[in-house]
Write a protein that binds this ligand. Structure first.
Ligand SMILES: *Cc1c(COP(=O)(O)O)cnc(C)c1O
Length: 368
């Protein structure tokens, strides 16, 4: 018997997530000095990590012989205080990606439907397919989620509705008042998944707490991977009703979040100064990159996050050429946008470098 004949057939058709390429891997392949390679591919923080998070992790390093707190007790209480909910209303995951998978364990069976935008964060679709459920993909209109069309796509088979705000890869949002009204209008048999991975970059957010307190079926995801600069730790959390957060506890591994990640997240949660300064420098970088792209005559989607979606003609070719000069960006053909690339906002020097390379490549028709 062949190995492949033993495999669950649905796994064989499961698409594989394509991450941003790591600096060392690109440097090795192309014979470049890793110190000269910049990564603007995964929406990581160009300023690094919250200093309070790093300090907390250095202390926690002394205690890695012990298992982590399986229930993330201190972290959940710290988050509860900051977000004005109870610790029972918080669930913590090995990245918010794990929480998405746990939602699959909790809610999805073959035949169920999950309503999502397209293009939107691809993990919603991957999780849906992994559990044999059906992605119902609603095209964005002018790169923004079409809330009315999403609501209209809900059927008795719908279990989850996924809404990232801002969205990845477009960086767009829906007006908060409209979003809130829409959320309240959804039928009682669906769970609304609000993904605020880039929420800290927004000026104006919906306050979901009243909906959670009122027992609405809504779960709000946040991550430490983006503004807090802790992507390598893998930690994210959810706010939801105590009932939903409790159910998520049942489907996770006993020690799903490691002790360094918990310590780093506790340090980061109270580091308001870090968030303030990163938000400011991101908005300056966003303006710098937007101005530069406009000067180059390149079309891009106005963004509320820490990245820009830019139309370059042949996304795969530009991705490759930029890589040859030590700049890693993200091709988005997997999101059905082969003419575009996604560029993370870097620090000022990195932004100058990517603009210069795009000028050589696309305006002057040089090979960088
Ligand atoms: C980056 C990102 C995440 C974060 O995932 P983690 O697993 O927490 O690193 C979640 N949602 C969206 C839309 C993202 O872009």
């Amino acid at each position: 018997m062949k190995l492949i004949d033993l495999v669950n057939p649905s796994v064989l058709t499961q698409p594989v997530y394509e991450p941003g390429r790591p600096i060392d891997d690109v440097a090795r392949e192309l014979g470049l000095d890793p110190a000269g390679v910049i990564k603007l591919a995964s929406n990581e923080n160009p300023l690094g990590s919250s200093p309070q998070a790093l300090a907390a992790m250095r202390q926690a390093l002394e205690r890695v012989a012990l298992y982590p707190d399986g229930g993330c007790g201190v972290l959940r209480h710290t988050l509860a205080k900051k977000f004005d909910v109870t610790a029972e209303q918080i669930a913590v995951g090995n990245g918010s990606n794990e929480l998405l998978e746990l939602l699959g364990h909790l809610f999805l069976r073959p035949g169920d439907e999950v309503v999502m935008g397209t293009p939107a964060f691809i993990v919603y679709k991957l999780v849906t397919l992994l559990f044999g459920a059906k992605p119902i993909e609603i095209p964005l209109v002018n790169h923004v989620h079409d809330l009315d069309a999403m609501a209209a796509a809900i059927t008795p088979a719908t279990k989850l509705v996924c809404l990232p705000t801002p969205n990845n890869p477009t960086g767009t949002t829906n007006p908060p008042a409209k979003l809130r009204e829409w959320a309240l209008s959804l039928p009682d048999h669906v769970v609304l998944v609000i993904d605020e991975a880039y929420g800290e970059y927004l000026e104006d957010l919906v306050d979901w707490n009243p909906l959670i307190a009122a027992g609405r079926k809504v779960i709000v995801l946040r991550t430490f991977s983006k503004i807090y600069g802790l992507a390598g730790l893998r930690i994210g959390f959810a706010r939801a009703s105590a009932a939903m957060a409790g159910l998520l506890q049942r489907v996770r591994q006993p020690f799903n979040v490691n002790s360094l990640a918990q310590a780093g997240a506790i340090g980061a949660t109270t580091d308001d100064e870090w968030v303030r300064s990163c938000r400011l420098s991101n908005s300056e970088g966003l303006a710098q990159l937007s101005r530069g792209l406009t000067e180059l005559g390149l079309e891009f989607v106005p963004s509320f996050a820490n990245f820009l979606l830019v139309k370059v003609g042949d996304g795969a070719a530009v991705f490759k050429s930029l890589q040859q000069v030590g700049i890693i960006v993200r091709p988005v053909a997997a999101y059905g946008m082969p003419a575009w690339i996604r560029i993370t906002i870097g620090n000022p020097d990195e932004n100058v470098r990517v603009l210069g390379a795009l000028r050589s490549l696309l305006v002057e028709n040089l090979s960088c």
